[in-house]
Design a binder for this molecule. Structure first.
Ligand code: NPW
Ligand code: ADP
Ligand code: K
Length: 506
């Protein structure tokens, strides 16, 4: 067959993501079906072709290879690059007597091609040069006592400290392909000259947790092996289809959003009305037909002078059960929100729960039960925890949630019978039987107070219209929220208020 193509991963369509176990199954089936060494030749060929395209003027291509098959891919790439006349230097931590058969064959081909081997770090690596990280792939275990661990860390640091671009083979070495946890972390952050060529399958860990920082621009080559999408562990989110507004529509066509939150100064001397206003403004700018605000401030505020379209109501004057209505509850809700939650959980047809509403539910089994029983009544719920809020709901730690984001989101979705939006780099959206989605948009500009309130309002706006699907609404809102940040003008500080008002773009 002709060389399988390498695809640059952009987010114009959904991509299936696979875990290590399924990738290993697929690899074993392909190895059995193909002549020996075929897969590694394809892998090395794909790495070499991308390397040449990324660094056509390199004076040094330093290929840094571990002792397993990931190193074998690197050695095969080195052999190809050398045969094309590229200036290749390789470092190999393996040994011909101990290497897996394919890696040994690749080493032999590299030697025969005339690749120069070195144990040191090539001198004078420049910006036109390229380091190829083939230390560890999906066989990389936890760090620690492995005899090669220290050497690998030093080589990783040397690559990342150099001004050369880096191409990671299959995975950034030390990244857990399933979870996005980094077991080996280079000292310097090298994000803008960093590429990863994922082989055989696209792995979930490249897109969540530490994955985005570790991988840089992701490319994929399937090595000619067709994947069964039904075996995917997750899907990469993508731009939702744009929905044009019918000419003959009216505000009722787009539904109402009721925002409940914003504890006042009177209660505990902590005014948090701003959080509810951010959610309400965001819902309005995301296209809700009407937005009502029920503040928990004892009536202190009755109008938003900057956004007079918002309609303030006493909590008892809000109709949570009305059709084409979504309630957004919890933003800035403080302690006061616990008092209204029984009513909100019982009556709201469609509901977004954020922040203090989630904290209240985490502390109260009655509320937890009221939430979990909504699904059986046909009431849709989206919860939008950040990792600490998710940890409180799961009665664990934020570090534990972050160490298995896909699993944590799915566990919460199951227990609470809700669509779960686990926020952070590579937000995970999970619900029931649906394949979890990892959202690809957004960046660290969003790491500022109030952007989560904006997201809750945006979800509410998409959930409000009659017939809206809660999972799709959550995915679309998370994508649009991140896209706003990705399109943010350079030099303009991103604040939550500006984010709420920004053009949606999706
Ligand atoms: N077979 C094929 O044709 C194809 C294979 N493919 C490629 O193979 C890759 C998987 O290869 P793999 O299974 O050999 O595992 P790999 O990622 O090289 O790691 C194992 C090596 O690392 C070492 N090591 C482990 N942990 C460590 C640590 N903490 N610190 C330090 N060292 C550690 C471990 O040492 P050992 O435990 O054996 O002493 C061993 O030497 C996959 O990602 C893809 O690139 C694809 O291209 C498809 C075609
Ligand atoms: N580094 C990042 N990359 C992508 N998204 C981020 C990043 N940091 C924060 N976000 C997003 O910003 C929002 C922050 O929400 P949250 O933590 O609830 O903040 P707040 O409670 O202050 O509103 C979430 O949507 C989160 O996914
Ligand atoms: K690697």
């Amino acid at each position: 067959m002709s060389e399988p193509p390498t695809l640059r991963i952009v987010f114009d369509r959904p991509h299936a993501l696979f875990d290590i176990a399924t990738t290993r199954d697929m690899e074993a089936a392909a190895l059995a079906a193909l002549p020996p060494f075929t897969l590694m030749q394809r892998a090395g060929g794909a790495v070499a072709a991308l390397a040449r395209a990324l660094a056509p003027h390199a004076r040094t291509m330093w290929v840094v290879c571990g002792g397993g098959n990931n190193g074998g891919d690197g050695l095969e790439a080195a052999a190809r690059l050398r045969a094309w006349g590229m200036p290749v230097t390789a470092t190999w931590l393996g040994h011909p007597d101990q290497a897996p058969a394919d890696a040994r064959a690749a080493w032999r081909r590299a030697v025969d091609a005339g690749v120069v081997f070195t144990d040191g770090i090539p001198a004078g690596l420049g910006a036109d040069d390229l380091c190829i990280d083939a230390l560890l792939g999906i066989g990389g275990g936890k760090p620690g006592r492995h005899p090669a661990a220290q050497r690998m860390q030093a080589l990783l640091d040397a690559m990342h400290a150099s001004p050369a671009a880096i191409l990671c083979v299959d995975l950034p070495s030390g990244l857990d392909a399933d979870t996005g946890v980094r077991h080996m972390r280079p000292q310097a952050l090298h994000a803008d000259r960093l590429h990863t060529l994922s082989l055989l399958t696209l792995k979930s860990g490249l897109f969540t947790g530490d994955g985005r920082d570790a991988a840089g621009q992701v490319w994929c080559n399937t090595l000619g092996v067709e994947a069964d999408a039904a075996r995917a562990c997750a899907v990469l989110g993508h731009r939702p289809a744009s929905t044009a507004r019918a000419h003959a529509s009216h505000k009722g066509s787009y539904g109402d959003v009721c925002v409940v939150g914003g504890e006042g100064m009177q209660q505990r001397g902590m005014g948090m009305s701003g959080a509810a206003l951010l959610a309400a403004r965001a819902a309005l700018h995301a296209g809700a037909g009407r937005v009502f605000v029920g503040l928990l401030d004892g009536g202190a505020l009755a109008v938003d002078a900057v956004q007079p379209e918002l309609m303030f109501r006493a909590i008892d004057a809000l109709d949570f059960a009305a059709t084409a209505t979504a309630t957004v509850c919890g933003c800035g809700g403080g302690h006061a929100v616990a008092g209204v939650l029984p009513q909100v959980l019982a009556a709201s047809g469609r509901l977004v729960l954020d922040a203090d509403a989630l904290n209240a539910i985490a502390q109260d089994d009655g509320l937890r039960h009221a939430l979990a029983s909504r699904g059986a009544r046909g009431q849709a719920t989206v919860i939008t925890p950040h990792p600490l809020e998710a940890a409180r709901l799961l009665r664990t730690t934020a570090a534990d949630v972050q160490s298995q984001r896909l699993h944590a989101a799915a566990a919460l979705a199951r227990e609470l019978q809700a669509v779960v939006v686990l926020k952070g780099s590579g937000t995970v959206i999970a619900h029931g039987d649906r394949s979890p989605v990892i959202n690809p948009t957004g960046n660290a500009l969003l790491a500022t107070a109030g952007t989560g309130d904006v997201l809750a309002g945006m979800v509410g706006a998409r959930l409000a219209p009659q017939g809206a699907d809660a999972f799709d609404a959550a995915c679309a809102a998370v994508y649009a929220h991140g896209l706003r940040a990705d399109a943010w003008p350079a030099g303009r500080p991103l604040t939550a208020g500006r984010l709420a008002n920004a053009a949606s773009g999706a």
